[in-house]
Structures are given as structure tokens and as C-alpha cells.
Design a protein around this ligand. Structure first.
Ligand SMILES: Nc1ncnc2c1ncn2[C@@H]1O[C@H](COP(=O)(O)OP(=O)(O)O)[C@@H](O)[C@H]1O
Ligand SMILES: [Mg+2]
Length: 428
């Protein structure tokens, strides 16, 4: 058995906060742990009411203390629930960050011989180490989750890029197919149309001949003959037929004309060898691109063209340049909330061919303007934009030793300008 002095010294120096209270919250024991950390010497604390000493925590402490009375059982408070009950400075420089000590509190009832609670023992233990590990763990967990999310996003983008590539691949083969089909259609539609023209001439001659025959018969003395002819004419609806025939032919010629122009656009657009370099008329390229995407444009944008006369040919990969035109035109029309205008200008500027595509759409926010050429940058909803159109266009123009630039003055839509060297021999 240790003597009383030793026991009380032990309690004073316990490495936990120890405080003994009477049922009316009066402090009867206050050890050094409390005294030193709160700078409240023992003499100043004994006999005081705990709740009055800590008015900020009074409600919480009272609830905890009272629950011991009611349940006649120990009451706990963990650091997670209320980290800093008393303003103890952190004793653990381990973390270097924790300013205040994280605390667990236990309030233990002390019973007298009659089985009534005579005192409450309040013990505070330092949970800073556990808490800081736990917090660090939680942070690491959150960081991992963030990284996981970023990775998932990256994977989604990669999948999209792959889709885009597959799409490009498909487009290229469709292009080849289209060129092939166009080639096949070109011949028959050519002779159908030329036959129709001939038929048109024949038809005119035939109508004149019948007309002439009618006139002759009208003059003929044998009235019967004229009447018979007239009867035949009526029975077979010849008058209507003769009137309708030239119209049918004209309509058919219009039809074949349209087919021929589509075929021509298709052939121009999808050169079988997509990377073929050749002397190219940029205006023709622009026109065939416009025809191809006419459907996307016609209800949303009015196209204004300003083409310099006698534009020199430009040595380029025409199919790829058409691809760039298409990306820029589609972006322009996609930037319109309401029907607007697209201004296309093709001209020379010094040693360059200059193609400008300007729209009256929503424009590009200043903070985005440096990003639009970055792969995957898009402001369009998932599924609507891949963010690859401009980066692809940029690399195509770069391969031609040209320049692709953008401006977007506030409230005035956007203007993209392509410059292609007129003279340089590009490297393949
Ligand atoms: N004409 C334009 N007007 C306004 N914003 C544009 C225009 N062209 C491109 N942008 C912006 O640049 C982004 C990237 O374009 P792009 O690379 O073609 O990808 P996507 O069209 O798939 O979004 C678009 O999402 C849009 O925010
Ligand atoms: Mg685009």
C-alpha cells in the first residue's frame, strides 16, 4: 500500500487530465495536467463550479455530467465528436500542425457506501496522435478518391479520343467508298443526262411535227380524215401529253443536274488518297465543303462569301484542308444560339493564302481563348463535343507550315484565320 502523500502526488502528476467534482459541479480535485495547460493553478480552481469556469462548454459538460447521474454509468466523449473540450495546447509536435490537443473525455461516477453518486471523476486523455493519424488517413483517402476521379475522367477522355480516331478512320473509309460510288454514278448519270438533252430536242421536233400534221389535216378536203385524227387525239389525250412531255424532261434534267453536282462535291471532298498533296483551288474546296455540310448550316446561318478573283492555286493536302474548313464552319454554326451570319473570305496576303471564317455566334470567353486549340478542350456537353476539332485543325495547318489563329472581341462572335504559304514546298 502506498501512503497518502504518494497517492496524491501521483494523482497530481498523472499524464492525463484528472478532475473530481461533487454532484453540484464543484471542483475538489484539479491535477497539474489541467493546471499547467490551462494556466489555472490548483488554489484558484478548488471549490469553484466547473460550469462557471468554462461557460463556453457549460452546456455540453452539463449534459455529459447529468447523463452520468441519470444512467449511473460512465459517460464518454470522443475526439471525433468534440475535438477540443478544453483549450489545451497540443503536446505533440509530431504532426507540427495541430495547435490544440484532441481530447477524449471520460466521466466516471464514484459511489458512496449507500450506493449513491458522491463524486464524478472527469478524465481527459490526449488523442492528438490518433486524431492526426486518422485525419491524415482521411485526407489521403480523399486525395486517393480525387486521383481516382481524375483517372476515371482521363480514361473517359481516352475512350472518347479512341472513338474519335475510330470515327476518323470510318470517315476516311466512308470517304473512299463515297469517292468510289461517286465515280460509278458519274458515268451513268452522265449519259442519262446527255440522253435526256437529246430526247428534249427530239421531243420538240416531234411536237412540231404533230402540230404540223394537225394543221395539214385541218386544211384537207376530206373532213372525215381530220375528224378521225381529232378523235384519236382526244381518245389518247394527246394535247395534254404533248404539253406535259417537255416539262417532264426539263424536271428530269434538273434532277440529273443535282445528282451530278452532289457527285462532283463528293469526289472533290473525298479524294481517295486523303493525304495527297496537289495544287489546289481553295475556293473550290470551300464550295464543296459548304455543299457537304449544307444541311447543318442552312437553317442556322446565312453564308456571306467574299472570294478574291484569280486566287492562285495552293500546294496542299486538299482533303485535309477541307476537313479544317469543315471543323471551323461547324464550330461557327454550333456557336449560334439563334440564326446568324458566317462571313467567309478567301484572299492572298503577302506570301500567304488567307482564309477567314468569322461568325456572329456567342464568341469565346477571354479565359478560354488560349485553350481552344488544346486537345480535349471543349465547352460543349459530353457527347456533343470532343474538343479535338481545333487541335486537329491546328496540326494540319502546322504541317502545311501555315498558321491558324483566332480572335474573339467581346460580343462579336469569333474569327478564325488560316494562312497557307503560297510558295513553300511543304515537307511530307
Ligand atoms: N466559332 C466559335 N465560337 C465560339 N466558340 C468556339 C468557336 N470555335 C470553337 N469554339 C470553342 O472551342 C472549343 C473547342 O472546339 P473544338 O476543338 O472544335 O471542339 P468541340 O467543337 O468538339 O468542342 C469549343 O468547345 C468552343 O468552346
Ligand atoms: Mg468542333
Amino acid at each position: 500500500m502506498i501512503d497518502e502523500q504518494l497517492a496524491s502526488q501521483l494523482i497530481r502528476q498523472l499524464p492525463i487530465g484528472a478532475c473530481l467534482l461533487t454532484p453540484d459541479y464543484t471542483i475538489v480535485l484539479w491535477n497539474d495536467f489541467f493546471a499547467e495547460r490551462l494556466q489555472m493553478p490548483v488554489e484558484q480552481t478548488l471549490g469553484r463550479n466547473l460550469l462557471e469556469l468554462f461557460p463556453d462548454q457549460a452546456r455540453f459538460l452539463k449534459r455529459k455530467l447529468d447523463s452520468v447521474f441519470i444512467l449511473k454509468n460512465t459517460s464518454f466523449s470522443y475526439w471525433e465528436q468534440r475535438p477540443h473540450i478544453f483549450r489545451f495546447k497540443s503536446s505533440r509536435p509530431v504532426t507540427g500542425q495541430e495547435e490544440l490537443m484532441y481530447q477524449n473525455m471520460e466521466i466516471v461516477p464514484i459511489f458512496n457506501d449507500e450506493g449513491q453518486i458522491s463524486h464524478l471523476f472527469l478524465a481527459i486523455t490526449d488523442a492528438t496522435t490518433t486524431a492526426s493519424y486518422s485525419i491524415a488517413l482521411r485526407q489521403a483517402h480523399r486525395q486517393l478518391e480525387d486521383e481516382h476521379k481524375a483517372q476515371a475522367e482521363l480514361i473517359r477522355k481516352l475512350e472518347e479520343a479512341q472513338n474519335q480516331l475510330l470515327q476518323a478512320e470510318k470517315m476516311a473509309s466512308i470517304g473512299q467508298l463515297a469517292a468510289g460510288v461517286a465515280h460509278e454514278i458519274n458515268n451513268p448519270i452522265g449519259f442519262v443526262s446527255s440522253n435526256l438533252e437529246t430526247l428534249q430536242h427530239y421531243c420538240q421536233t416531234l411536237i412540231q411535227a404533230l402540230d404540223f400534221a394537225g394543221q395539214l389535216l385541218a386544211k384537207h378536203p376530206a373532213a372525215e380524215l381530220a375528224a378521225d385524227y381529232q378523235q384519236y387525239n382526244t381518245n389518247h389525250n394527246l394535247d395534254f401529253l404533248l404539253r406535259d412531255m417537255p416539262e417532264l424532261i426539263t424536271e428530269s434534267l434538273e434532277g440529273t443536274g443535282r445528282v451530278m453536282s452532289i457527285v462532283k462535291s463528293l469526289r472533290e471532298f473525298s479524294h481517295v488518297d486523303t493525304s495527297q498533296w496537289k495544287e489546289t483551288n481553295l475556293i473550290d474546296g470551300m464550295e464543296s465543303t459548304l455543299r457537304i455540310i449544307n444541311n447543318e448550316l442552312k437553317y442556322k446561318a446565312t453564308i456571306h462569301k467574299d472570294y478574291q478573283e484569280q486566287m492562285p492555286l495552293v500546294y496542299c493536302q486538299s482533303m485535309q484542308i477541307n476537313q479544317v474548313f469543315m471543323n471551323l464552319l461547324l464550330n461557327a454554326v454550333q456557336a449560334m444560339d439563334q440564326p446568324g451570319d458566317i462571313y467567309i473570305r478567301i484572299s492572298t496576303a503577302g506570301d500567304f493564302a488567307r482564309i477567314s471564317i468569322r461568325d456572329t455566334g456567342t464568341g469565346i470567353a477571354p479565359q478560354h481563348i488560349t485553350k481552344v486549340f488544346e486537345p480535349f478542350f471543349t465547352t460543349k456537353p459530353v457527347g456533343a463535343g470532343t474538343g479535338l476539332g481545333l487541335s486537329l485543325s491546328y496540326s494540319i495547318i502546322q504541317k502545311h507550315q501555315g498558321k491558324l489563329s483566332v480572335t474573339s472581341p467581346a460580343g462579336q462572335g469569333a474569327e478564325f484565320v488560316i494562312q497557307l504559304p503560297l510558295s513553300a514546298i511543304p515537307e511530307e
